[in-house]
Structure formats: structure tokens, C-alpha cells
Design a protein around this ligand. Structure first.
Ligand SMILES: Nc1ncnc2c1ncn2[C@@H]1O[C@H](COP(=O)(O)OP(=O)(O)OP(=O)(O)O)[C@@H](O)[C@H]1O
Ligand SMILES: [Mg+2]
Length: 339
């Protein structure tokens, strides 16, 4: 029976859902979006909902982001979305008869209510046994850090709406915190800057594109001027503007500051010998938000500790979850279920 049960990792992010299947790898990598018609009918899920989001003529359709700040904000829509993607992940109809073992990451400050909602939603969506792992521990495993070694490692997982910071040693979390900052916070700061400075209104996707391609959070990391086209605040006329990346550094670094404060707080709660390991080994960044140009330098300068970005940072959490679940024997799983 145990061998028939598939291991599946589900990372329900505020911006994206990712699902890995044992022996197959990453099967689902889609935006966490659902298009719902007034009255509740689900019209499209994931990437298809994003296409609808871009259209203006679909007046009675709402685009719902069911995950906010890493927790479920719309339960029914989440169940629909996860159920749909679990079906995509388990194509084999015989395999579907046996509910899979599912592992999912949880943020460090998740409440019991939030955890129970996630468990219930996964179960309703088709999961069998459900296992939780703290996001930074999964991120560290996915970044190929040796989490079982008795030395200290500092991992910072920067998502779309939340950042998890943790010191890990001996397979466990020694100190941790979550900060309400992520990639989307920078998008908002970019929108705000254009509104205030140039009276221009930027859409979410334009702001995100500027963040990903043009600006930086530390001086001289990006210097190439870039053009922005958007509507003016008054009159709704289109306007074009050439922008220098350094214009936005103050706004973006203000947004990033709580991450430095979070790291300091975590280090204050870490035993001194582990802090000295971290000074030697450096900080590892994961999560899509860590790809903002110059964020590694900003964190390194702000903390005085060398900082590197993991390879493919946005996939570290789901990859780490998969590795962890695959490493558990059936006995160990039963033991964990009975805890
Ligand atoms: N090249 C890039 N430069 C800057 N930011 C990027 C880049 N690529 C992706 N991002 C940002 O990474 C964020 C998504 O990261 P990730 O997929 O780790 O988040 P998530 O898991 O969905 O969210 P959370 O963990 O907060 O619930 C988005 O805000 C996205 O704009
Ligand atoms: Mg995430």
C-alpha cells in the first residue's frame, strides 16, 4: 500500500502554486489566481485566469487571489484551485484512487487556525496524509544546505508577500521570525513613487515588470535608464517618461529595511556559537523576491554578513519539501501522524 501512495509537495504561495511529484519533479508552476463569475462559477484557474485578468471586457468576472500573506484567505476558491492542480499532477486514474501523501510549507508565524484551514483545504482537494514543514527549513533543504549539521545557517526566504527568516541547526529551527515584506511590497512602492513623483498610474503588472527588469535596491547595481508608459492621474492621458534606476533606491530600500531588522532580531535570539558560524558561512537567500537586483548586496551591507542567492531561488521551498517527504519512511510518517 505504502509504495502505491505517491509523495507530493504543494507550495501554496501568495503569487504562485508549485507542485512536485515524486520521481517526476515539478509538474505545476502557475500563478495562484482563480477567475470566478459573479455567483461563484469558476471560469479559469492559474495561468488561464491571468490571461482573463488582462482583459477588460469580462465585467462580471472577478480575479481572486485565494492566498494572502502565505495563508488561505478564500477557503472555497483555494480548494477548487488545489483540487484542479492535484488532478493535473496525478494524471494516472489508478494512482488517483489512493490519496497521496502531501507535504506543504508553513510560515514561521502561522496560527493554529491557519494551519488547520490549510490541512482541511488540502484534504478536501484530495490529499491523504498531510505533513507540514516550516518554510525556511524546506528552503534550506531545497538550497542544498546541510541542515542536519550541528552548525548554524541563516536562511531568508523572500516570497511575494512574506519573508521568513530562520537560523537552522541539527535539522531544526533555532530562532525564526516572519516579516510582512515580499516582492509585491516593492511593486507597491514603485506604483506609489510614480503616482507621487510623476502623477502616473501604473498597473500591477507594469510595476512588477519594472521591478524585475529595471530597478535595484542598492546603488550602481543597475544604472541603465528605462522608459515607462502609463496613464496620467488626471485626465487619463497616456504619458511617457524616462527614469533612472537610482531614483527609486530610497523607496525600495525603505521597503527592504524590515528584512534587515528581522535578521537582527533572529540573530539576537541565536546562541553566540551559532552566530559565529553564520558570520563565517554567510546568509542564503531564497524565494522569488530575493531576485530583486541588489537585494543581496543590501542585506550583506546592512548586516555585515556575506549574502548569496540560492540557485533557482523561487523553487527552493517546493524542492526542499519534496526531498524531505521522500526521505521519510512509512514508519516515520505514521509516527508523525500520531504526534
Ligand atoms: N527577476 C525578478 N526580480 C525581482 N523579483 C522577482 C523576480 N522574479 C520573481 N520575482 C518576484 O518574486 C515574487 C514571487 O516569489 P515566490 O514565488 O517565492 O512567492 P510566493 O511563494 O508565491 O509568495 P509567498 O511565499 O509570499 O506566499 C513576486 O513578487 C515576483 O515579482
Ligand atoms: Mg513562498
Amino acid at each position: 500500500m505504502g509504495t502505491w501512495r505517491q509523495n507530493i509537495a504543494v507550495d501554496l504561495g501568495s503569487s504562485g502554486i508549485r507542485i512536485c511529484v515524486e520521481k517526476k519533479g515539478l509538474i505545476v508552476d502557475e500563478p495562484s489566481l482563480v477567475a470566478v463569475r459573479q455567483g461563484g462559477e469558476v471560469v479559469a484557474i492559474g495561468g488561464r485566469a491571468r490571461i482573463i485578468e488582462g482583459k477588460t471586457d469580462e465585467g462580471d468576472i472577478n480575479i481572486i487571489r485565494p492566498i494572502k500573506k502565505g495563508t488561505i484567505s478564500d477557503y472555497t476558491v483555494t480548494v477548487n484551485m488545489v483540487g484542479y492542480f492535484l488532478d493535473e499532477a496525478i494524471k494516472n486514474p489508478i494512482r488517483r484512487l489512493i490519496k497521496p501523501d502531501v507535504i506543504t510549507p508553513v510560515h514561521c508565524d502561522i496560527t493554529n487556525v491557519g494551519r488547520r484551514a490549510t490541512e482541511r483545504a488540502l484534504r478536501e482537494a484530495g490529499a491523504g496524509r498531510i505533513f507540514f514543514v516550516e518554510t525556511p527549513l524546506a528552503a534550506a533543504i531545497g538550497a542544498n544546505l546541510d541542515v542536519s549539521a550541528p552548525n548554524g545557517k541563516l536562511i531568508v526566504s523572500i516570497g511575494a508577500e512574506i519573508t521568513d527568516i530562520a537560523v537552522i541547526s541539527y535539522d531544526g529551527i533555532v530562532a525564526a521570525t516572519s516579516v510582512n515584506v515580499g516582492g509585491r511590497s516593492f511593486d507597491e512602492a514603485i506604483k506609489m513613487y510614480f503616482r507621487k513623483e510623476y502623477k502616473m498610474v501604473l498597473g500591477d503588472r507594469t510595476a512588477e515588470k519594472i521591478k524585475n527588469e529595471n530597478v535595484c535596491v542598492y546603488r550602481d547595481v543597475r544604472v541603465q535608464p528605462f522608459d515607462v508608459s502609463a496613464f496620467e492621474l488626471s485626465g487619463r492621458l497616456p504619458a511617457d517618461k524616462q527614469i533612472r534606476p537610482e531614483e527609486l533606491i530610497k523607496q525600495l530600500s525603505d521597503v527592504a529595511l524590515p528584512i534587515i531588522e528581522g535578521i537582527s532580531k533572529v540573530l539576537e535570539n541565536t546562541p553566540p556559537e551559532l552566530v559565529s558560524d553564520i558570520h563565517q558561512r554567510g546568509i542564503v537567500l531564497t524565494g522569488g523576491g530575493s531576485r530583486l537586483a541588489g537585494l543581496d548586496v543590501f542585506i550583506s551591507k546592512g548586516t555585515g554578513i556575506d549574502t548569496v542567492i540560492a540557485d533557482d531561488p523561487q523553487y527552493c521551498v517546493v524542492k526542499g519539501c519534496m526531498k524531505l517527504l521522500n526521505s521519510l519512511s512509512n514508519e516515520k510518517k505514521n509516527e508523525l501522524m500520531n504526534e
